[in-house]
Design a binder for this molecule. Structure first.
Ligand code: FAD
Length: 441
């Protein structure tokens, strides 16, 4: 009296959809359960998507009539905000105009449904509006899921979906991952960032005018300094076709400890003189907040168990320094999908077989990055001056240098050195440099 498939996937974000698609393309029967009204309905990201990861799922992407994106990213970098100014460090090059573009801006409410359609075309049964409540487990072995729907019209019992392989792609609220025994705890407030985002519609032609773009160009910048009130974290500003995605995020623990309110942080950013000018007359189309797991080996669960695997954000795979999240979700989904296919070929669904996924993961650049940046969170949290002092100092230095006319330059440089001495001191400067160098070494 239950539904049976070769693979059941929990969650219709990029990780789950990629895993499901990979399995279905190898002939497995796959059901994907998504609690939202449609795939992407509950999801939010900045968002920049790296094209290579999308091409690995949809090689014929560019034969599509309408791409699921907003603008190709042709200029990117950082804006360092002081209280009332900005230093823009952005980069563009010929290569960013070549086809295919390296990255696009996108909306999840469009990108995820497009991915879900690809999954359906591959044969995946995508079922929205169904929440998985629990895993069906016996003797440490997972054999499917229990959903929030009755078994049949007359029954008060909940329906079961059985499969020898369950792929958990539930995102950052990793409740099932814990139930599967893959990690004994939730993310701590120090391990996640809380990010708030608004999509602001600008009058026609204004995105191009205000950000110096043509119709097929896009800007994607991270905002540092005053954007986060000097706390470790960052904001972002990404241009869409006729709107701008503006957001800001901090460690959840900083919101709690400092009594900050997420919406106040975003309001503060919108009131920044430079932002206010760029966004004036804009209309808020969308507002949301979401947690982001922050990079770290300690947040990495066991990736597979008996009959079960975990992918994407649920495994903590977001590298904030490089804006990687969606692509890592896709890559991990593909790797887990391949392991599910292998397990079906072998007729064995135990950990020993599914660990093919874990092995592939450990050989991937993702795991190397996890190890390389293992101290990232600690480094960011312990070096607040990188967020609080340097954006302000750099703004002031440029102000002094660029408005030096009519003054003795010796005096101007004295003032610049005095500024560094006052804000960080010479030993502070040296310490920051050595720490940063050692972190990246
Ligand atoms: P999700 O996308 O979270 O999908 C999980 C899905 O599972 C959801 O659809 C959810 O509804 C469903 N679900 C959960 N529990 C259940 C259940 N019990 N039953 C049924 N369904 C369930 N990444 C980038 O690459 N570029 C960016 O610019 C970027 N910016 C970001 C900005 C913000 C503010 C945030 C929050 C994230 C950003 N990310 C970015 C990260 C990126 O969004 C994630 O890494 C990526 O979405 C992870 O995909 P996922 O499939 O693992 O999880």
């Amino acid at each position: 009296n239950s539904f049976r498939y070769d693979v059941v996937v929990v969650g219709g974000g990029p990780a789950g959809l990629s895993a499901a698609m990979t399995c279905a393309r190898h002939g497995l029967s796959v059901i994907l359960l998504e609690r939202g009204r449609f795939a992407g309905a509950k999801n939010l990201f900045g968002g920049v998507v790296y094209t290579e990861s999308v091409l690995s799922l949809a090689p014929d992407l560019f034969s599509e009539k309408r791409l699921p994106f907003e603008r190709p990213v042709t200029e990117e970098g950082w804006w360092l905000l002081s209280e009332d100014g900005v230093v823009k460090i952005t980069h563009t090059e010929k290569g960013l105009y070549e086809k295919p573009p390296r990255a696009y801006t996108a909306f999840r409410a469009r990108f995820d449904p497009w991915l879900a359609q690809k999954a359906e075309e591959a044969g995946v049964l995508v079922i929205p509006k169904v929440k998985v409540l629990d895993l069906i487990c016996a003797n440490g072995k997972v054999s499917g899921v229990l959903v929030d729907r009755p078994r049949d019209w007359e029954s008060s019992e909940l329906a079961e979906v059985r499969a020898p392989v369950t792929i958990i792609s539930e995102g950052v609220n990793r409740l099932l991952t814990q139930k599967a025994g893959l990690i004994p705890r939730d993310f701590t407030p120090e391990e996640v960032a809380l990010s708030v985002k608004e999509v602001i519609q600008l009058p026609k032609g204004e995105v191009e005018k205000r950000f110096g773009l043509s119709e097929d160009e896009g800007l994607a910048v991270e905002l540092l300094g005053e954007a986060t009130l000097g706390f470790p974290g960052s904001g972002f500003l990404y241009t869409n076709t006729t709107s701008v995605s503006l957001g800001v995020g901090l460690f959840l623990s900083d919101f709690a400890e400092k009594g900050l309110k997420p919406y106040e942080l975003l309001e503060n950013l919108k009131k920044h003189p430079v932002m206010a000018r760029l966004l004036s007359g804009g209309e808020t189309l969308e507002y949301g907040a979401h947690l982001i797991p922050e990079w770290g080996l300690e947040g990495l669960p066991r990736l597979c168990g008996e009959g079960v695997m975990v992918v994407g954000d649920a495994a903590g795979l977001v590298n904030p320094l490089f804006r990687e999240g969606t692509n890592l979700a896709i890559y991990s989904g593909i790797m887990a999908g391949k392991a599910a296919v292998f397990a079906h070929e072998k007729g064995d669904f135990g950990h020993e077989t599914l660990k093919l996924y874990e092995e592939a993961f450990r050989e991937s650049y993702i795991y190397r990055d996890l190890k390389y940046f293992r101290r990232l969170k600690k480094f960011l949290r312990e070096n607040r001056s990188l967020f609080a002092d340097y954006p302000e100092i750099i703004n002031r230095v440029l102000h002094l240098y660029l408005s030096a006319q009519g003054r003795a330059k010796e005096e101007v440089f004295q003032e610049i050195f005095g500024l560094f001495r006052k804000r960080r001191g010479l030993t502070g400067l040296l310490r920051d440099f050595v720490k940063t160098f050692r972190f990246f070494k």
